[in-house]
Design a protein. Sequence first.
Length: 157
Amino acid sequence: MIAGLAGFLVAFATVLVLERFIQPQRSTRPVFHRMSMLSAMPMIVFYLSIFMATYRPIFATVFGIIFFLGIVVVNNAKFRELREPLVYSDFALLRQAIEHPGLYVTYIGPFKVAAVILSGAGVILGSLIYEPPVINRDTAAEWFPTLAYFCGGRYGA
């Protein structure tokens, strides 16, 4: 479990560093500002969810960083083109971005889109093949904590 905690701390620190690249920038704000801590909360929940599902700390760390990096790239592209940052309601348009990628890829750039997709696929494939889980689950009862974690969030437990 030390590896899980180390992965969590690396992912948290990386989010705080990547937040410095988000447009519009506020360079006068310190790294450990309360808004920086709040912006790291979705990453923390995402990391813990991936870790609970796979028990692979390196996979959860790298996949979480790549996911957050993708959000930073999309935010910066939107800010460059429309002069407004990515907001929560923009995630409702994710289905349209998948159905009509030509509308969005031109603004982000095909190289950045390919880099995010290929690195995500490489991390998923590589870590599922080469990284053993911290906890092996051999019986159905060993899956209960993971199922309770995901169902509890859905049904308000």
